[in-house]
Design a binder for this molecule. Structure first.
Ligand code: ZN
Length: 155
């Protein structure tokens, strides 16, 4: 059971994105950035966005961490580029629901590439790795905080 879940967790997509992260850079015209930190694992990233009106016209990230956190940030950036704030929020909430095990199989399937991260729900500490960059982008979009931590510090 555990072995199956682990295998699912480290699917090829995750490994590929970890080795070859997309948008792993600071966009030239970024106008918002938020730092995300997961002290339990040591994941530490800065997420950059260029927000034009209501649209994310560019997005990138820098930093380091485990394969789950890095690949999750990478997949996120590929999905959110060109999306409106509202579309991004919708995906954020769907992704959180999935890793908490609240989404049914049909809704999970709609998440496409993001569905490879559903295995993390078996591992609470890994869940924080997978959602770190999403919490950071949520914060960047709402403009509330310049940094987020999975452990609620850094306020
Ligand atoms: Zn991690």
């Amino acid at each position: 059971m555990i072995a199956d879940a682990l295998r699912e967790l480290y699917q090829q997509v995750i490994l590929d994105h970890n080795r070859n992260p997309h948008n792993f850079r600071k966009p030239e015209h970024a106008n918002r950035s938020v730092e995300g930190y997961n002290p339990l694992c040591g994941d530490h990233y800065t997420i950059y966005i260029e927000l034009n009106g209501d649209v994310i016209t560019d997005i990138g990230f820098e930093g380091s961490g485990c394969a789950i956190s890095k690949s999750s940030a990478s997949v996120m950036t590929t999905l959110l580029k060109g999306k409106s704030r509202e579309e991004a929020e919708k995906l954020f909430h769907a992704f959180l629901g999935m890793v908490k095990g609240e989404l049914g199989p049909e809704e999970t399937e709609k998440l496409g590439k993001l569905a490879v991260f559903q295995g993390v729900r078996e591992f609470p500490t890994r869940t924080k790795c997978a959602t770190l960059s999403w919490h950071a982008i949520e914060s960047a979009l709402t403009g509330e905080e310049a940094s987020v931590s999975t452990e609620g510090s850094g306020k």
